[in-house]
Design a protein around this ligand. Structure first.
Ligand code: R5P
Length: 259
């Protein structure tokens, strides 16, 4: 477990830049991820972990790449379903072990009428993952009528940790993101969410780190960037070197101009 956790969160900096490319499991062919292997090949050397599904891992990812894998093991509903995120277990722990993953990811939706199913699903995944020393990353969602504020995100993150998640992935919020981190006993990473201008995404990452997050599990703001490699490198400046959003954006512009 400790070895896998240290593959996911770098012991030298205490940070992690996870690259999320699992969107297709409920969104289908997301912009920028039409061909995942092609989209990530230049990003993988700069990612501390790659979050994806087993289908993409088997068919699109070079097994020779030395990048820790966070395997998505929840799903079951698509963007077309009004109960989006009413998810269950979609991959066995036997398959996760066979795929030699460093972590598994499961979504819970707190505040939805089906929240119980997702929380029990998380617990089952944790039971099975712990048997093999595999950390579970809980992806937090909240009911669609709820505001993504510190109160609800803290509630959802804490619930995930109480059920055994080793890492919690949540959204950044203002104000009081620090409260979400401080009341969660396990490390927190933030999702990037919808594509933002690069400066804003880097500023959000910086503020999340200031609030106590250990890093990001970021997708669209990297692979949909006008220059994905420059963007992931700029995010690394924030997460691993303590750069501010402004400093990282300057680095992004410089890297972009060198390309
Ligand atoms: C959502 O549940 C998926 O796990 C995405 O991977 C996650 O939202 C992170 O991607 P993005 O930064 O694009 O929001």
């Amino acid at each position: 477990m400790k070895n896998r956790m240290s593959r996911l969160i770098r012991p030298d900096t205490g940070g992690s830049v996870m690259l999320a490319v699992d969107h297709g499991y409920f969104l289908g062919p997301t912009t920028g991820l039409e061909k995942v292997g092609w989209a990530v090949k230049d990003l993988v050397p700069h990612a501390d972990a790659l979050a994806l599904t087993r289908g993409v891992l088997r068919h699109d990812i070079n097994p020779g790449w030395d990048v820790p894998i966070i395997l998505r093991v929840s799903g079951g509903t698509s963007i077309l379903n009004e109960e989006l995120l009413h998810e269950g277990i979609t991959a066995s722990m036997k398959d996760a072990v066979r795929l030699n993953v460093s972590g598994v990811a499961f979504s819970i939706c707190v505040g939805a009428k089906f929240e119980r199913t997702t929380i029990l699903g998380l617990s089952q995944v944790v039971d099975e993952a712990e048997e093999h020393g595999i950390p579970t990353l809980a992806v937090i969602a909240i009911g669609k009528d709820m505001v993504r504020d510190a109160r609800y995100l803290a509630l959802a993150g804490r619930i995930a940790a109480e059920h055994g998640a080793r890492i919690v992935k949540t959204y950044y919020c203002e104000p009081d993101f620090g409260k979400v981190v401080d009341t969660c006993p396990v490390p927190i990473v933030i999702a990037g969410g919808k594509k933002l201008p690069e400066m804003e995404a880097l500023e959000m990452a910086y503020k999340a780190m200031e609030g106590g997050a250990v890093g990001v599990d970021m997708g669209r703001n990297i692979f949909q960037s006008e220059n994905p490699v420059a963007m992931i490198k700029a995010v690394r400046e924030v997460v691993h070197k303590g750069a501010t959003g402004k400093e990282a954006f300057e680095a992004f512009q410089q890297l972009k101009s060198q390309a």
